[in-house]
Design a protein around this ligand. Sequence first.
Ligand SMILES: NC(=O)c1ccc[n+]([C@@H]2O[C@H](COP(=O)([O-])OP(=O)(O)OC[C@H]3O[C@@H](n4cnc5c(N)ncnc54)[C@H](O)[C@@H]3O)[C@@H](O)[C@H]2O)c1
Length: 339
Amino acid sequence: MNTNKTLITGGLGFIGSNYVDYILETKPQENLLVLDKMTYAADPNALKRWQENKQLNFIQGDICDADLLQQIFKGNNIQGVVHFAAESHVDNSISRPQAFVETNIMGTFHLLEAARKTWLNERQTLKSDYKKARFHHISTDEVYGALGPTGAFSEETAYAPNSPYSASKAASDHLVRSYFHTYSLPVVTTNCSNNFGPYQHSEKLIPTIIRKAIQEEPIPIYGTGENIRDWLFVQDHCSAIQRVFEKGTLGEVYAVGGDSEKTNLDLCKAVLEILDKHKPRPNGTSYSELITHVTDRLGHDYRYAIDATKIKTTLGWSAQTSFEDALEITVFHYLNQGK
Ligand SMILES: NC(=O)c1ccc[n+]([C@@H]2O[C@H](COP(=O)([O-])OP(=O)(O)OC[C@H]3O[C@@H](n4cnc5c(N)ncnc54)[C@H](O)[C@@H]3O)[C@@H](O)[C@H]2O)c1
């Protein structure tokens, strides 16, 4: 058989590419096969970072292509899957929901089927060559809906997705769960809060704030900016994924968060303070003068927060980077981009 490989879907996206960097740095013996459709959200520059690396192979392809997935599983001794590939931008899901249903639901279904057909025998037990196989589904806290001013989501929270994005992720979570209960497919799922860090697509909040500020353009904040998110540095998310992928109990779900709740307005001001300090405006005033409140997103969830007790106590994981340090690393990354 070929060398063991872990299939990373969506490995050219924001979290996927950070995860590949993390594995290449921390697990030199692990072989990765990155599968990515290269939608607008992919960062092709990641391939340049990895081009000399013998641990990694790349295939451009769609997780909705069942034949391609069968070929990949058959030809590459895929022993693990870390499934990041998704349509991920809530605003796009409101204007164009179909791609979210196709990739997030059907794509996840085809991946589960490829893993089931390759790893399991007719008695629904793992074939001898796949005894340690594992499918890790990456999901979001948005499947739980919105919170009021208090409380936090945990693994026990009932699903109540509010956007086409979160509904499609919720459907994929349920499919993953059903493949464990029906077929005993070895799965784990993580539901994580908002990530920030290097290599995020320019359409997302923090890159937008930085780009608009530097270009001296109005910085758009939805509504009053009072919506609250729990922010987690992407590298801490990567370490959580690795911990669950290696040590999580099969069939279980782990909520991952950064214990770092911020309103969108406070987050924006924190980014702009770093810019004021390290790249002052030509006119000497604060970038915060550029903040402009715009019409709120349809159905905008008020607050998300995560109670990450389970992953902390059962797997010993915790976020290692303070919000302040992580935000500085992030802002410096975008300032240095293109230099
Ligand atoms: N960004 C966050 O804050 C966050 C938080 C929690 C969970 N998540 C989840 O993490 C995962 C990754 O999120 P992200 O922010 O890195 O997303 P992203 O949009 O930055 O990247 C998604 C990647 O998937 C690829 N892709 C899209 N459709 C595909 C298809 N049909 N076949 C193959 N590849 C395809 C894209 O080309 C892109 O490279 C998603 O499942 C998302 O739901 C994200």
